[in-house]
Structures are given as structure tokens and as C-alpha cells.
Design a protein around this ligand. Structure first.
Ligand code: NAP
Length: 267
């Protein structure tokens, strides 16, 4: 039975992906912050997939030592994993002089350092076995400057740049191991929006807004095909192509419009 480790697997995109892995008979392994949430999510998954094997570990992945602990736990308990999904992450929203420094440091640890460490640790083993897949969740915001999401966008640019560069390293090594960077547009139905305090931000109702289910479906197909980059949703894929030929000032205008608080909710 194949094994997948999904960080932040008990909600949003992580849970939607877990359903697809479960449908393919994977042993699901989650690491997230709250045991109760993982228990509830496991119960939910079992209503559709009664025989699914699920294990989980409570871990605050923003702590510097957590990646090594997760790696050791996996080695001791499951020996190895076939797929690693670096999904856990959150965002902050606001001008740089308004956002909380401590929260952003935690975000950098989770979105950048942990993604780097888990990729580094598990990729080495995958290369030794010449087998395995890594899916790293970046974001559409990784492609352009994003006012009010400067630090979050920078963390996701790191994830995309690292993953795409390693993709070409793996090509040079002629290994069967693959790495895929996932870049979703704004996702309407997850906890992200609330966590980032973006309740009334236009982008979640915008043309490119998507759902966790659509993101998971596109990601799952792309990862299995060993794609370098997965953009989610047809409309967003067309938008991203236009982004390449549109003058930067027009793109920037459109992004800034998307990142505004909706007019009717300003007060
Ligand atoms: N929503 C969007 O618009 C959007 C767009 C592009 C990319 N993304 C990216 O997609 C990924 C999934 O986000 P989502 O939209 O599905 O949001 P979500 O529902 O809030 O999921 C985030 C997951 O990360 C976990 N997590 C957060 N902090 C953690 C920590 N310190 N340690 C361990 N786990 C932690 C959460 O687990 P707990 O509940 O246990 O804390 C949760 O399961 C993130 O990397 C996000 O940046 C989101």
C-alpha cells in the first residue's frame, strides 16, 4: 500500500487531496496542529472510504525542530513515504507597517523553512529508492508583486522557485523521483481567508477564484504526471498565459484591484 504524508491534511486543500489519495487506496498520514481536527477529519473521510488507513501526528510545523521530529516519526513508524505533500501554510494581509511581526516570522518558518527541510529530508530517501513524488503548495501570488501580501507572496515565491529548480536538478539526475509546484488562485472555501484576516477581500469572489476540490483535482493529476508546475482552474490558466504578454502596469493594476477590501464593506 502506498503512503502519502500530507502536512495540514485535515482541512481545506489538504483534506480535498486526502480524498483523492484515499480513493486510490493510499495510506494517509497527516501532520497538523490540532489532534481534535484530525480526528474529526478522519471520521469524515471514513464515511466515504470506510477502509482507509489514516495515521496522524500533532505537530506545530512552525517550530524549527518539528521537521526533523516528523521525519524521525515517519522513519520509525512507516519506514518511508511514497508521496510528500507540503501543504500546511497560512498568510497575512495588510500594509507592512500594520501586520504583526511575530505572526510573519511564524509564517516564514512554516511556509519556507519547514517546506525546505521536509523536502530536503524526504527527497534524499526518495532518490536512494529512485521512487517518490513531492507536491509543494505555492500560490498564484508567487508570480507578481502583491501589495498587502508582501511577505506571504515572498514565502510562496520561495516555494515555487525552490521546487522548479529542483525539478530541473531531478531531470539532470535522470531519476524517477518528481517534484511539482502547485500554484492555486484564491480558494473560496477554506480556513485560509479567515486566518489571513481577508474576509472581505475581492479576490475570493474574483474571476479566477476556485475551490479546494478543483485545486486538489488539478494538483493530483499534475503531480501524477510529474509536472513541474500546476496552475489550478481553466480560467486561471488562461489568465496566467495572458499575464506573460500583458504590460506589467496593467497586471499590477488588476492585482491591486483584486487585493482591495470590497467597497460595500469598507466601513
Ligand atoms: N486559500 C487560498 O486562497 C490559497 C491560495 C493559494 C495557496 N494557498 C495555500 O494552500 C495551502 C492550504 O491552504 P488552505 O487554503 O487549504 O487553508 P487551510 O484550510 O487553512 O489549511 C491550512 C492547513 O495548514 C495547517 N497548519 C497551519 N499552521 C500550521 C502549523 N503551524 N503546524 C502544522 N499545520 C499547520 C492547518 O492545520 P490546523 O488546522 O491543525 O492548524 C490546516 O490544515 C496553504 O499552503 C496556503 O498558503 C491557499
Amino acid at each position: 500500500m502506498k503512503k502519502v504524508l500530507i502536512t495540514g491534511g485535515s482541512s481545506g486543500v489538504g483534506l480535498a487531496l486526502s480524498k483523492l489519495f484515499a480513493a486510490d487506496g493510499y495510506h494517509i498520514i497527516w501532520v497538523a496542529k490540532f489532534t481534535e481536527e484530525m480526528e474529526a477529519a478522519a471520521a469524515l473521510l471514513r464515511t466515504t472510504f470506510p477502509n482507509v488507513l489514516i495515521d496522524f501526528k500533532e505537530e506545530d510545523l512552525s517550530k524549527i525542530e518539528s521537521s526533523k521530529e516528523v521525519y524521525k516519526w515517519i522513519k520509525d513508524k512507516f519506514d518511508f513515504i511514497d508521496v510528500l505533500v507540503n501543504n500546511a501554510g497560512f498568510g497575512t494581509y495588510g500594509f507592512i507597517n500594520e501586520t504583526e511581526m511575530e505572526k510573519e516570522v511564524t509564517m516564514i518558518q512554516l511556509n519556507v523553512t519547514t517546506v525546505y527541510l521536509l523536502t530536503k529530508l524526504f527527497l534524499k530517501d526518495m532518490l536512494e529508492r529512485d521512487s517518490g513524488k513531492i507536491l509543494n503548495v505555492s500560490s498564484g501570488v508567487s508570480f507578481n508583486p502583491v501589495p498587502k501580501m508582501a511577505i506571504y507572496a515572498a514565502t510562496k515565491a520561495f516555494v515555487r522557485q525552490m521546487s522548479e529548480s529542483i525539478y530541473y536538478e531531478l531531470k539532470q539526475m535522470r531519476t524517477k523521483v518528481t517534484i511539482t509546484a502547485l500554484c492555486p488562485s484564491a480558494i473560496k472555501n477554506t480556513d485560509f481567508q479567515k486566518e489571513a484576516e481577508m474576509k472581505n477581500v475581492t479576490t475570493f469572489d474574483g474571476l479566477f477564484a476556485t475551490t479546494a476540490e478543483e485545486v486538489a483535482k488539478d494538483a493530483y493529476i499534475g503531480m501524477n504526471q510529474g509536472k513541474r508546475l500546476v496552475l489550478t482552474g481553466v480560467k486561471y490558466r488562461i489568465g496566467a498565459k495572458l499575464n506573460k504578454i500583458t504590460p506589467a502596469f496593467i497586471t499590477q493594476y488588476a492585482i491591486e484591484k483584486e487585493m482591495k477590501i470590497k467597497e460595500q464593506n469598507k466601513n
